[in-house]
Design a binder for this molecule. Sequence first.
Ligand code: IVH
Length: 719
Amino acid sequence: MRSRILRWYLIAMTLPTDTTSIQAYEELHALRAQLEHHERAYRQGNPEISDSAFDDLYDRYQALADELGIPSDERLDQRPGAEHTEGFDSIEHRVPMLSLEKVTPNRRDKDGAPVPLGQQLEQWHVRRKKELERGADDVLPVVVEPKIDGISVSLLYEHGDLVRAVSRGDGKRGDVITRQVVEADAVPVGLRSTGITTGRVEIRGELYWPRPAFDAYNRELETRGERVIANPRNGCAGLIKRKDPTGLREVGIRSFLYQIAWSEGVTVPERQSEVLRWLSESGADVYLSEFSTFDDIRDALAFCEGYGARREQLVYDIDGMVIKLDELDVYSRLGGTGHHPHWGIAYKFPPERKATKLERIAVQVGKSGKLTPVAELQPVFVSGTTVSRASLHNFVELRRKDVRVGDTVWVEKAGEIIPQVVGVLPDRRPAGAVPFVPPSKCPTCASPVLEEDIFVFCPNPACPDQIRERLKHFASRHAMDIDGLGVVLVEQVIERLGVRSPADLYSLTSDQLAQLERMGQKSAENVVRGLNASKTKGLARVLLGLAIRHVGETMAEDLASHFGHADELLAFAGRYAAGEHDAIERVAPEKASERGVIEGLARKSADVIFSELNSEAVRTVFSRLSEAGVSLAAKKPKTRDVAAIAGKTFVLTGTLPTLKRAEAASLIKQAGGRVSGSVSKKTDFVVAGEEAGSKLAKATQLGLSILDEAQLLALLGQT
Ligand code: IVH
């Protein structure tokens, strides 16, 4: 899960009508948006959450997608990709570095009920016994170790000497970091203490930065007035990829070695428990006191549960425990998937849960007018921060949980980040507490509310809260990224300078801005510079910034790259809104099995998106932005013409074995080709995958060249 090279695809779906499923879909959408956001932040080098928190979000997303029966090719997809750092040699792992299957509090059964961790673990153990043809009462011992939240490393020893250290990379290839780990004194440079002086052995483990050393480093950064490092894991990852490793010794990176990947000409132990002892003797930091061997899987579970309570006292961060079969000779027999081996499984700790008093239920108005109930709480410390506000999701959910003002409620952080009220302690309900009544009017502008599905909306686009939220969103980093235009300034430009629409921002002058509170001439000029710089961000960012419902980052990019310019997009929106059949079928075909030109765009979302785009208000904003000099053209991805592709027209149909359709389309476009939605005589190639339907038939009829994925990749020069 480290690589985080994710490609996201919207889920083609028709929204269900029962409340529970709607909530599940809503949560799925919210999770996708969060993952998308954090993925981008990570890629831009500004991660906002730890990897393990990211993994939790991703797990929750997968569990929910399982529950809803979303086919795997329609999910957001996490692929190992180029986790390669410029300037480092990369090397293929002789044995791939995989992930672990997990038992997690997020797993649910068919009826949506959580599956207890113990049950998941027992199921795993029973399956392994069956595969090994052992009797139900036979003992199959396991070793339980802490799962260190660090950086995986592979170490090659020849004749007992460390000759190479390699990072995990994308699991298949990693970067050579030998000089770095040696200079950091993080791993044993020799295995002589174990008596190994011959042969070759590859050992794997985790590099980590102990808390005290990390804190000391951060204190020093602070005194120098520099930005502190967010967490030890990210810090360790950064340090170990320093091209010049001089001085790394002082920072105190350590390792926990836990596995022999393969060996030649060396006698190695036959049990995992012995491996850990053996590694410890070799001088590696192996937490002898921290692993245990169990015959009974229920005892292993109890050990995991008990360990969670000790997390706070450990000098290293752990994101769970790893349960491994002790007998190493069964590992190859058990095999695994391309993602994880079957010999081990990870246990994730349940999130911390605290009780506190709910003092008030506030109602927030979002950028598209959605009203959201928010719990205002007596401050409580949960998973590392003090929480005083927590999401209550929506009014249906609030009623289902029957949360009332005055209640004592359970608070938890979803994915260890977003505080949520997960339930009520009914025994602690004060006398006279009454059910919460959702507002019938917007709490800010008093417009009568509209109900749509499970949501409640303020329908007034001029609602002051909506205006503020829309402007904040337009200026935000993920949209137009307008330097200097933060929350406080947005409020001032609305109140003092009469700004209402994003287009108004572009007529602000530095003299006007300089009169505002806490704004000097210099900062005012900076904001104007930020506004000017934002003019060339391109159509995708503008679309995202306009806060059109169902248009997140991916959809904005898909729309921009498909239509190329706002004029084309708006013309199309007009045709769609006028009910032109062709237009509708092109973007969102009725049958979920058929794909429109915008991958996975559901009819229901398309209706909302194109009707909003076709509205007078949105059209006016576009034309005013254009007058202000804001570019409404899509930014072209960098292209490098490939002779066999450039200038040719391709049609994609059916499911390709490895490439997503959008991915194939983008490769073709980057190579200078065109991608069209329909087959005609002008089509040069039809790329057909499984279940290709009428387009393939038509292509055959017209005698066009038909390619499979491998042939396409060959044309692209990628094989
Ligand atoms: S065993 C198939 N043992 O967790 C790889 N891994 O989610 C199994 N990790 O990539 C490796 N502590 O980086 C193992 N005691 C431990 C571990 C551990 C941390 C990491 C490792 C691996 C990831 C799998």
